[in-house]
Design a protein. Structure first.
Length: 331
C-alpha cells in the first residue's frame, strides 16, 4: 500500500457529544491519502461506540485503538509510535477542521520542502459561532526560511493542532507526560530542528471553547508554563540557532510572562495567585527579564502591549506594578 501523506492523531477522552463532528471533518478530507489514528484514552462514555461506527464505515481511513487512560501526551505519543505517514497532524477530538486543511498544508510542504506547515485557527463556541480569529504569522511570506526570519520563534503560538510536521522531527522527541502545557514544551523544540517552514493564512482549524471551561481548571498547574519555557530554553542552547539570543529572550517574554499572566488572570484562589506571582518573579530574575523589555516586546513587528484590548492593558499594568489584590477585584 502507498505510504500515507499525513497521519492524523486524534486522542479521545469523554467526548461523545463532539466526536461525530470531529471525525466527520476528518473522513471528508479532500486529501485522500491519509490515515486517521483514533486513540481511545480510557473513555467511559459512548465514545468507543462512535469510534467503532466510523471504523466500520471507513476501514481504509480509520485505525482505532484503545488504551488505559494516560492523559493527552500519552495518547499522542501512543499514536506517534504507530503512525506511518510522511507528515503528522494532531486534532483534538472536540474540534473540527476544514475539508481542505490537510490537502493544502501537505501541498505547501511539498512545494517548499518544508518540515512544518502552519495554518490559522478560529476559536468557536458549541454552536459554531466564531469567538476569535487566531492569526499566526501574518507579516511573513508563504515560504519561511528560519535563518532569515527567526522572529517566528518568538511570534508563533505553539498550538500542536494547527500544524503538520515531518515525521522525522519526532525521531527522538515525544510529548512530555505528566505535565500541563505540553505543546509549549515540545513544539518550539520541533521548530528548532527545522530549516524551512510554510504557512497558509486560511483558518483551517476550529478550536472549541466549551462553556465554562475558561475558569474551571486554572490552578497552580500554571507553573508548568514556566517549566515548559525552561525546557525549551535549555534545548535552545544546543540548537543550530543558539546564537540568536534576542529571539530566545522574546520567546521567554511571550510565553513565560504574557502567556503565564493570561493564565493567572483566571486563577480564583488568592493564595495560588500569590504563589504564581512569586514563581514569575523568580523566572524573570533567572533570565534577567526587565520590566522595560516586557513593555517593549514586539510581536509581528508591533508593540505587543499596545496592541491589546484596554482591559488586558490594565491587567498587565497591575501585574507589573504588583497590585495583584486589585486585579482579583476587577477580573
Amino acid at each position: 500500500m502507498m505510504r500515507p501523506a499525513v497521519s492524523i492523531i486524534v486522542p479521545v477522552y469523554q467526548v461523545e457529544k463532539y466526536l461525530h463532528k470531529c471525525l466527520n471533518s476528518l473522513v471528508n478530507q479532500t486529501l485522500e491519502n491519509i490515515e486517521i489514528l483514533v486513540i481511545n484514552d480510557g473513555s467511559s462514555d459512548g465514545s468507543q461506540k462512535i469510534i467503532e461506527e466510523f471504523e466500520q464505515k471507513f476501514p481504509l481511513l480509520i485505525k482505532a485503538f484503545q488504551k488505559e487512560n494516560g492523559g493527552l501526551s500519552d495518547a499522542r505519543n501512543f499514536g506517534l509510535d504507530r503512525a506511518t505517514g510522511e507528515f503528522i497532524g494532531f486534532v483534538d477530538s472536540d474540534d473540527e477542521v476544514s475539508p481542505t486543511m490537510f490537502e493544502e498544508m501537505y501541498s505547501l510542504a511539498k512545494k517548499h520542502v518544508a518540515e512544518m506547515v502552519i495554518c490559522n485557527l478560529q476559536k468557536v463556541d458549541e454552536n459554531g459561532k466564531v469567538l476569535q480569529n487566531l492569526i499566526q504569522i501574518p507579516h511573513l511570506p508563504e515560504n519561511i526560511e528560519l535563518e532569515q526570519h527567526f522572529s517566528v520563534f518568538s511570534d508563533l503560538s505553539y498550538f500542536a493542532c494547527n500544524k503538520i510536521y515531518k515525521l522525522e522531527l519526532f525521531a527522538e522527541k515525544r510529548f512530555k507526560k505528566g505535565i500541563h502545557f505540553e505543546d509549549i514544551q515540545l513544539i518550539p523544540q520541533l521548530l528548532l530542528e527545522c530549516s524551512v517552514i510554510a504557512q497558509t493564512q486560511k483558518f483551517h482549524y476550529q478550536y472549541l471553547e466549551r462553556k465554562g471551561s475558561i475558569s474551571k481548571s486554572h490552578s497552580a498547574n500554571g507553573i508548568d508554563i514556566l517549566r515548559a519555557v525552561e525546557d525549551v530554553s535549555e534545548y535552545f542552547k544546543t540548537s543550530k540557532y543558539a546564537s540568536k539570543k534576542a529571539e530566545l529572550k522574546n520567546f521567554q517574554i511571550l510565553e513565560g510572562v504574557y502567556t503565564f499572566l493570561a493564565y493567572t488572570a483566571f486563577v480564583k484562589d488568592s493564595a495560588v495567585f500569590k504563589q504564581l506571582e512569586i514563581e514569575l518573579k523568580n523566572f524573570r530574575k533567572k533570565h534577567e527579564i526587565s520590566l522595560l523589555e516586557i513593555l517593549r516586546y514586539k510581536r509581528f513587528g508591533r508593540n505587543y502591549l499596545l496592541s491589546l484590548p484596554l482591559k488586558k492593558k490594565i491587567y498587565y499594568f497591575l501585574c507589573f506594578t504588583g497590585f495583584y489584590l486589585i486585579i482579583k477585584k476587577i477580573i
